[in-house]
Each structure stands twice: as structure tokens, then as C-alpha cells.
Design a protein around this ligand. Sequence first.
Ligand code: ADP
Ligand code: MG
Length: 282
Amino acid sequence: MNDQAKRLRELVDTNKKNQKVIAVSSGKGGVGKTSIVANMAVALSNINKKVILFDGDLGLANVDIVLGIKTKYSIIDVINKSKTLEEIIVDYNTNLKIIPAGSGIEDISNVAENDLIELLEKLNELSNQTDVLLIDTGAGISKKVMTLLKNAIDIIIVATPEPTSMADAYATIKILTLNYNRKDIKMFVNMTKDKSEAQSVFNNMNNICEKFLNTKLEMASYSIFDKNLPNSIKSQKPLILDYPDSSFSISIKRLINYFFSQNIKIIDNPIKKFFNNLFRRL
Ligand SMILES: Nc1ncnc2c1ncn2[C@@H]1O[C@H](COP(=O)(O)OP(=O)(O)O)[C@@H](O)[C@H]1O
Ligand SMILES: [Mg+2]
């Protein structure tokens, strides 16, 4: 490892203990990573956490679309040195800053190592004023990012009940476990029929990981298929703001409770939910 990378590793390792870096990844695309990251970021900012959302999906930049923000510049401009990190950051609200991805570079692993290190160093400086750094990694976690950040981050792998999604999630977990010695991977099981399907997807994944990788997973949260979510993406307003009691929003609150023990009140009662929605529309 070169000196610069070593310095960065030290920086990250000695990061303030109460700061969190959470990367949301998956084996396969289209499983809900961006929806999870975007809604989690907004929900955290609403409970007064200072959040930076780093859109690391350079192929399909879409955090801006989910959140309905206009972005002029992107991380590509920082890598090309035509803009500083501060210049490309978009303030979503007073607590949430977005670092937009750009398109043109397929994967963050295609960025030259020195540029990446420089970028992570700048991010680290910025994260001094931050409680949570959330990263949407895109499908497949970048080798370089993993090598540099190693144990400083929590990793959530998103999978759906589709066999291809589970197989690809397993392949990603295998790399993280064998190459990076990660033994603490969290899962978010998404787009299930019901709670029991989520539990059975998790059990299957956990069983193979125990058997072949000698590692246990934890289910950080799950969500059933929520028809309000695709609509919220069309209207470019985060679901957590428009429909805070919809099942996907509840799954985000559950995820935040898992990581931050915030005890956010989860209204899981359909009757209450009905009245809440009714009153909101009046
Ligand atoms: N729990 C869910 N219920 C219904 N639709 C979902 C759910 N999670 C994700 N989606 C939909 O799936 C599509 C892909 O989601 P996205 O967050 O962009 O995935 P990724 O970032 O993994 O590619 C979007 O149209 C989104 O609305
Ligand atoms: Mg995405």
C-alpha cells in the first residue's frame, strides 16, 4: 500500500467513534439500493443527524432523481479537477448534503487510485462535520473502495427473493468475507410478498453463508413490495416524507433503529395507518 493510502487508512480508522459510514450494495441492480439510501438519508436528516450521501453509482446516477434535486456538476468534475468537492455538493436541507455521481465512468473502480485516494481524503475532511456518511455503491462493491475503507464501514447487502438476486448477493458476500475478512455483513431483504418471505430469504442466505463461508449475517431490515414507492419516484419526492407510514418507509425507520437505536416510533397498525393517511389528505 502506498503512503497516501496508508495515511488515509489511519484517518479513517481514527475517525470519531460516533460517526458512521454505511455502504449500501448488492450483487444485482434494480433491487432498491438507491431507494433505501435516499430515504434513509432524508429520514436521518429529519432526526437531526448531519448526513452526507455519496452517490457512488457512477454508471446509473439516480439519487438526484429519487430526491428530485437538480445537479449541475458531479464527482467526475472533482476527479477531473475542474471543480472542488465543496463546489459540487448539493444541500438537500440543512442537515443533508448530496455528492452527486456523474455518468461517463462506469464504476468507481475505474478511477485512478491516486484520484480516488485524494477524493476520499477530501471526503474525510468533510466528514468531520458529519454524523453519517451514506454510500450508494451501485451493484458490486468496488475493490479499491473496500481496500481503503476496510473495517471503517458497515455494509448492507440488498437482495430480493429472485434467485438471481440471491445468487449475486451471495457472490458479493463471498468476496467481502474471503478477500476482506468481513464477518459482520447486514442484509436488507427487499420487495417480498410478506414478512415471512423476507425471513425465509434471509434464513436461506444466512444458512449458505454459515455453511460455506463460516460467517453469520444479520437482517437489518426488510420491506414488502410497496406500490407507493414507484409512484414516489415518479413524483420525485422521497416516500418517507410523503407517506411516512407506508411499508417501505417503515422498513427505513426499522433500518435506522437497527443502526442508531433511535426508537423511531413505527406505526405498523393498518387501522392507525388508514386514519393517518386519511387525515393527511384532508
Ligand atoms: N420495496 C419496494 N417495493 C416496490 N418497489 C420497489 C421497492 N424497492 C425498490 N423498488 C423499485 O425498484 C426499482 C429499482 O429501485 P432502485 O432503488 O433504483 O434500485 P437499485 O439502486 O438497486 O438499482 C425502482 O423503480 C423502485 O421504485
Ligand atoms: Mg441505484
